[in-house]
Design a protein around this ligand. Structure first.
Ligand code: PEP
Ligand code: MN
Length: 342
């Protein structure tokens, strides 16, 4: 059960509610986000919500049977929008594209890619400066100085930044240069990181774990939300299975299921999802048709020379073709995908 409290609820009114809940053996967790004040209640047995519906401090009461609560669609039917400022909003029906290299490599690289994004009217650039690599000898990113350079270039062209944060100690130094923090697949269950990201007022996109279930992804998102941050998105990036013909098994099923279970925007990552450049376009378009709210796609002017994930980066020509096809397909999907009632 979720109880939404009035922001100006008095201590006395709160006490009346607390006592009533305690009498019914209901355990509560109080949560203040940047937008709302909630009491998440863990019920051991049935409780008639009419007992509290009329109390002075109660704004609304919702029955939520899912294990995760605040990210569930059971209490919030309207989909969440993420406002990045300057008219850039991630919301159902728009299919927002985020694109850029796997890693930020140099100022010249960022300049060339920013130009290509502007040309294609893409408003959000991806690029890692802290890279989780399987081998410690691989390129591990340019770090905070690279991020500052990345930010300066993007700001000059009205482009927003999404980049991965790998540990708690990086959050503070990165925050002024980032528009969306990405939690990578290797950190989906780094609960200390999730708690810390809940304490800041910055959008977060959390990826599904390498072998993570949908329920685990939603529970991880619940960590961030319940620590105070409602500006959240979910990302399907493929999972590890027995199949070895491609990098990961992109779980297209996860898109409608996540949309049904949660009010948070769902972003597809077809680049890591299949890991093969010539098929990234098809999986991106399939994600749009499946109801995703956006996609994050790797691209580079010379994928063969990229410092990381070159095999799955689109070149500029392929990227331009993808943008064109997304815009065409959107005209069709807009008439049916979002009329589906989750
Ligand atoms: C990335 O986005 O470059 C990345 C490392 O992704 P993932 O965490 O999904 O492997
Ligand atoms: Mn990558």
């Amino acid at each position: 059960m979720i109880i939404q409290l009035h922001k100006n609820c008095t201590a006395q009114e709160h006490l009346v509610l607390d006592e009533l809940l305690a009498q019914n053996n209901i355990k509560t967790v109080e949560i203040n986000t940047q937008f709302n004040h909630y009491l998440v209640c863990i019920l051991k047995r049935e409780f008639d919500i009419r007992h509290i519906g009329n109390l002075a401090c109660v704004k609304d009461v919702h029955r939520v049977t899912d294990g995760y609560k605040l990210v569930s669609r059971q209490w919030k039917v309207n989909p969440t929008k993420i406002d990045l400022g300057d008219g850039v909003i991630i919301q159902e029906g728009d299919f927002t594209l985020m694109a850029g290299p796997c890693s930020i490599e140099s100022e010249a690289q960022v300049e060339r890619i920013v130009k290509e994004l502007v040309k294609n009217d893409v408003k959000i650039m991806r690029g890692g400066v802290y890279k989780p690599r399987s081998s410690p000898y691989s390129f591990r990113g340019l770090g905070i100085d690279g991020l500052k350079m990345f930010h300066a270039q993007c700001q000059a062209h009205g482009i927003k930044i999404i980049t991965e944060v790998m540990q708690v100690s990086q959050i503070r130094e990165m925050a002024d240069y980032v528009d969306i923090f990405q939690v990578g697949a290797r950190n989906t269950q780094n609960f200390n990181l999730l708690d810390a990201l809940g304490e800041i007022d910055k959008p977060v996109m959390i990826k599904r774990g390498i072998s993570g279930t949908i329920d685990e992804l939603l529970q991880s998102a619940e960590y961030i939300f319940s620590a105070g941050n409602e500006k959240l998105m979910l990302c399907e990036r493929g999972i590890r299975t027995f199949e070895s013909a491609y990098r990961n098994t992109f779980d297209i099923n996860a898109i409608p299921i996540l949309k049904e279970k949660s009010h948070l925007p769902v972003i597809a990552d077809p680049s890591h999802g299949i890991g093969i450049r010539k098929h990234v376009e098809k999986i991106t378009l399939a994600s749009l048709a499946a109801g995703a709210d956006g996609a994050i796609v790797e691209m580079h002017y010379e994928p063969e020379k990229a410092f990381s994930d070159g095999q799955q980066n689109l070149n500029f020509e392929e990227f331009g073709g993808l943008v064109m096809k997304i815009n065409k397909l959107k005209k069709i999907t807009n008439s049916f995908v979002h009329s589906v009632s989750y």
